[in-house]
Design a protein around this ligand. Structure first.
Ligand code: GAL
Length: 385
């Protein structure tokens, strides 16, 4: 308990006062026993993986704005998907007196040293969207229901192929269909949850021959794309088309766990003559799934090129991160709604999981535009304002 209440920025004496006060009224905007920390005295370090994806830019902005709205000072850093850069940025946040850390890790296993340092300075650590692994020094996890994301992606692939309707009832198609499988970065714990969720839906249909993975690449290691890189996904799709579909056969569907990968996959397919963009021997685009409702992909869905994405409302994730930070600032435990699923190899990290929504072209208006996530203009242009 005292760990959470003793902030690095406070003197040892004040930290003791905070600890002695217990949860009630300690820290936060009420101050500690009349003489403690106001939120504006507290700095929150926010460490994000990369700015190459819309998604993480939105996450960073949302968390920063909402924390500042609560009166905290925010130190937001992006690490260019480079592990040493992220480690160094977190070290620096600690040196400069961060009171709480919010971290979306590049490599979930690479931050143990930094987090030991955080623990030694009594800094609570909130793992943001991606679970930090192999350390006891992570205090809370805010994320989406990542297994359900995978289930939704598997179902969206089946719906796109016509095997299943959106309500889960059988569709009119019977198959067999050729599909290829992609997974995320193996250093990201989420990649395994997405894969396991999707395969819980797809494996029975692979087993009964409805779905055929012509490349034979059916393990997560074969399907994985390091750092979730679009170009790497494009190259893998090109290789699959050359090696497994050079006999006149076509790939009907591709399981993709993230919009960035989907765009690489789609480019490879378009270059090979799939989809409406090439008029020499046009053939239908394969059904490609996704995740994150990135604006470039929402446009592709709107244009009938990408089949679906999974919407994760990053505004709500930011809200949960802020709620967790505020709870720690007040000397309380954040409210968890899952205390079983996320074992990081050392302990089960108490988590708050948010629900997700599947988006096909028909859902863009009601799910993404009506909620104010994207405007109609952004969807039409494929660019955020
Ligand atoms: C995952 C995250 C996904 C996607 C991916 C690539 O950790 O859960 O939503 O953003 O990283 O950035």
């Amino acid at each position: 308990m005292s760990k959470r209440l003793g902030f690095a920025a406070l003197s040892a004496g004040m930290a003791l006062t905070l600890a002695a006060c217990g949860g009630e009224g300690a820290g936060g905007s009420g101050g500690a026993g009349g003489g403690g920390a106001e939120t504006e005295d507290l700095t929150i370090g926010v460490s994000m993986p990369t700015q190459t994806s819309e998604r993480w830019i939105a996450d960073g902005n949302n968390v920063k704005e909402q924390l500042e709205g609560e009166g905290y000072t925010v130190d937001l850093q992006y690490a260019n998907d480079d592990i040493p850069t992220q480690s160094q940025q977190i070290d620096q946040m600690i040196t400069e007196g961060a009171d709480i850390l919010v971290v979306a890790a590049i490599d979930g296993t690479a931050l143990s040293g930094q987090l030991e340092n955080a623990a030694a300075n009594n800094i609570p650590v909130i793992s943001y969207d991606r679970l930090i692994r192999d350390t006891e020094n992570v205090d809370f996890y805010v994320t989406f229901d990542n297994f359900e994301v995978g289930v939704a992606q598997g179902n969206a692939l089946l719906t796109g192929l016509g095997l299943r309707n959106e309500d889960g009832s059988p569709g009119t198609a019977t198959g067999p269909f050729n599909v290829e499988l992609f997974a995320g970065s193996l250093d990201d714990n989420n990649a395994f949850f997405f894969w396991d969720g999707a395969m819980s839906v797809l494996q029975p249909l692979i087993d009964d021959g409805t779905l055929v993975v012509k490349s034979g690449q059916t393990s997560i290691e074969q399907a994985a794309i390091l750092r979730w890189q679009q170009e790497t996904a494009q190259r893998r799709m090109e290789d699959l088309l050359t090696s497994a579909y050079n006999d006149g056969s076509r790939v009907d569907g591709v399981l993709s766990p993230y919009d960035g990968l989907s765009r690489g996959i789609i480019t490879a397919l378009q270059n090979a003559g799939y989809g409406p963009t090439l008029d020499a021997q046009p053939q239908p685009m394969a059904v490609v799934t996704g995740q994150d409702a990135e604006i470039a992909s929402v446009k592709l869905i709107n244009d009938g090129v990408q089949s679906s994405t999974i919407f994760k409302d990053t505004r709500l994730l930011a809200e949960q991160a802020v709620a967790a930070a505020s709870a720690f600032a007040e000397g309380n435990e954040p409210e968890a709604n899952d205390t079983e699923t996320y074992d990081n190899g050392v302990k089960v990290v108490p988590s708050y999981l948010l629900p997700v929504e599947t988006v096909f072209a028909d859902d863009i208006q009601s799910v993404l535009i009506d909620s104010g996530y994207w405007t109609a203009e952004e969807v039409a242009s494929g660019q955020s304002d």
